[in-house]
Design a protein around this ligand. Sequence first.
Ligand code: 4NP
Length: 165
Amino acid sequence: MTSPEKTRLLFVCLGNICRSPTAENVTRHLLQARTGPVSAATVLCDSAGTSGYHVGAPPDRRMRQAAQRRGLSLTGRSRQFEVADFEQFDWILAMDRSNQRDILAVAPSGQYRDRVRLMCEFCRQYPDTDVPDPYYGGADGFDYVFDLLTDACGGFLDFLDREIS
Ligand code: 4NP
């Protein structure tokens, strides 16, 4: 018997060192606690940046500290989003509207538009429409991003559950 294809998620921000690696690691963590059609066995997560500013860098130290305060270690190395990602991933979650614009600007045709979504569409508790960029702000901005992403990523997995079932 062949196993069904896994659902592949790509989280995208500008630098791939703050928001999108957090979304990737938070989602992986949430998946580990889930059973049923949407779980660590059926969903794969990755992240990328629209810019190449930090290629090869680990997640930002301040973002790692915020995650650590919530008990999560962030792993990964920054890479730049590439056109081939449209083929490789089922869902592309943009952290803000400028990331979404930049992703769609390099889409080879209209066929991929539907798989590019805004992360905040899936918030259940937070009113934000964009995940705020914490890079030039203080520590509480990183804490806020972590908590917002925990809400949005959980909401996205519930959405996926409804899509798949
Ligand atoms: P991220 O945050 O897009 O959430 O990874 C940023 C990281 C770096 C820069 C801006 C935002 N930067 O300008 O270098």
